[in-house]
Design a protein around this ligand. Structure first.
Ligand code: NAP
Length: 306
């Protein structure tokens, strides 16, 4: 892509500035901490930062997947990555992550709030525990982590936060209502915080990807949701990560990976709710039996991964 080439050239001219930013403070190495870094978009983001010479720390719950992810970062970038086994819905997650970084003589310089989960189907048929889990993971956890790390970043006058939202965060999503609402919160929080901390050396961005080929859809996918599957362009985690990395370095407040998604992002802003809500409802409608299936599937996946 021509614009990607031009953006990379422009960033390249500023590499010297970046170099200063990755110097150690008090002998401690700055680390990029990626929640949900053991697979999917999170792992791709970690690899992208590691390719740029950054020390990365991957946070997730499954020890086996974490170990495989660390190996994959090493293989693809030649860099060692740090694995932090932690459930980020634990109220003490920020302290656990900080302690593990300290053991490796690192401090958190960039936080990527990426871990997230969806839930599909009709709201009243969803398991209340599954809904609570989505809110905990997509809303409470990134808010707590952000609140914990931001003061230190402001004191140092550098650092950054990348919040992974979704294109779905721009509109209400019937049949994925709690998920879409959680992602709207992320966009709103990011934009507000970016304004509050402007000019103080800390960069806060959020990402609004469209559909990406990852395990995320295991909890949501339904064969009957044909419109969603075939109408929207699907991206690879690697191309999403490349776009996130570029957008973050360029200082974009909202990063929308993919040309079609970027177009949709612009158009959605002009459409009235009376039109967009039924349209999204049509895209996400799981069929007469799908609502129950989706709820049950999410519950099964949640329990398996807990
Ligand atoms: N895939 C898409 O189409 C798409 C589109 C737009 C936005 N997004 C957003 O992108 C982000 C990443 O999605 P993905 O597609 O890469 O999902 P994914 O493949 O399902 O990966 C989710 C990651 O989050 C971790 N995770 C889940 N619960 C956790 C918890 N309680 N504590 C710590 N880590 C936890 C998982 O590891 P463990 O299970 O081992 O903990 C895994 O590493 C999410 O915020 C999602 O909403 C995805």
């Amino acid at each position: 892509m021509v614009y990607q080439y031009l953006a990379d050239r422009w960033i390249g001219r500023r590499r010297q500035v970046e170099q200063v930013a990755i110097d150690a403070i008090d002998g401690k190495t700055p680390a990029v901490v990626v929640t949900g870094g053991s697979r999917g978009i999170g792992l791709a983001i970690a690899i992208r930062f590691a390719l740029a010479g950054r020390t990365v720390a991957l946070v997730a719950r499954d020890a086996g997947q974490l170990a495989a992810a660390v190996e994959s970062v090493q293989e693809r970038t030649g860099q060692a990555a740090l694995a932090i086994r932690c459930d980020i819905t634990d109220p003490a997650a920020a302290q656990i992550i900080e302690a593990r970084l300290g053991e490796h003589n690192c401090y958190l310089e960039i936080l990527v709030n990426n871990a997230g989960a969806g839930i599909g189907g009709e709201f009243i048929l969803q398991d209340p525990a599954s809904i609570a889990n989505v809110v905990d993971l997509n809303v409470q956890a990134p808010t707590r982590l952000t609140r914990h790390v931001l003061p230190g970043m402001l004191d140092r006058g550098r650092g950054g936060i990348i919040n992974v939202s979704s294109l779905g965060g721009l509109m209400p999503g019937p049949y994925q209502s709690a998920y879409y609402a959680s992602k709207a919160y992320v966009i709103s929080l990011t934009r507000a915080l970016a304004h509050e901390v402007r000019g103080r050396g800390v960069r806060i961005s959020c990402v609004a990807p469209g559909p990406v080929r990852t395990e995320f859809h295991e909890a949501l996918d339904s064969d009957h949701r044909a419109l969603y599957r075939y109408l929207l362009p699907w991206m690879s985690p690697e191309s999403v990560a490349a776009s996130i990395y570029r957008g973050y370095r360029l200082g974009h407040a909202v990063i929308v990976p993919g040309v079609v998604n970027a177009g949709l992002y612009r158009i959605v802003g002009f459409l009235p709710y009376q039109l967009i809500v039924p349209l999204v409802g049509l895209l996400l409608y799981p069929g007469p039996n799908g609502a129950q299936q989706d709820g049950a599937r999410h519950d099964k996946v949640r329990k398996r991964k807990a």
